[in-house]
Design a protein around this ligand. Sequence first.
Ligand code: NAP
Length: 251
Amino acid sequence: MQAKSVALITGANQGIGLQIAKELAAAGFKVLIGSRNPERGEAAAREVGFDAVMIQLDVTDQVSITNAASRVRQEFGRLDVLIQNAAIASASDHAQTSEELAQAGRPSVISPGDIRAIWDTNVFGVLAVYQAMLPILRDTPNSRIINISSGAGSLTLNSNRDFPLRPLFDAGYAASKAALNALTVAMAIELEAEGISVNAVSPGYTKTQLTGFAGTDSVEEGAAEAVRIALQTETMPSGTFTHATLGVVPW
Ligand code: NAP
């Protein structure tokens, strides 16, 4: 079995996931870079250094997920931290501003197929990875799951007519993050008796490809809350939704 604590981060070849990988590797973790594209994942693993290992993992492909879980079990024998970070903002590859995404994601406009594509990654992908990795998490003392959500998915914030980002609440990405929050609560409830914590974090508006690099925050700021929870040594809370500087985010 791997002597170091092991962290697997989905979608870690770039953006916030890559930054989380760098910080956990520097903190002494064996970091597994989940990447749907092996070349991009290998490049990220080299950038992280510290023996980071690329694991091919497409969260929409059950074969890929099953193979990744087998590799984690056989090569490392433990999984201390699972960070569910992979997500897409849109079913289209075209760069779009937040306003364009919100317009395209209006319930009256978005096609069911486009909603399914977004939810396949952001919701069902998270569930499938959870189910595949759970036996290994259960065999690892003090293990934890961190779901990378978004304040954009907060039903409470978006129910307030004064919330400035409310016009961006769409049926695609934002609703997928609300569904991810619901999954997070269900997972936390399922695992609370076993001591495996499940928490959602909001990175904040971060300069990454997902935002067309229009975010206001650095990847270091975007990664901060996930890294804090991953490294927490005192008793873990579970079923929380938090941001690094804003604290508790309402569901
Ligand atoms: P990003 O740079 O676009 O990174 C997204 C990552 O997800 C990429 O590595 C991408 O891989 C991967 N991915 C997409 N579909 C995948 C799939 N089917 N299987 C495996 N990996 C897949 O965006 P980011 O901003 O760092 O996003 C990271 C997380 O933060 C997401 O959950 C996002 O919703 C959340 N978030 C971001 C912001 C923000 O302002 N940036 C705000 C709130 C929440 P490829 O390189 O292969 O496409």
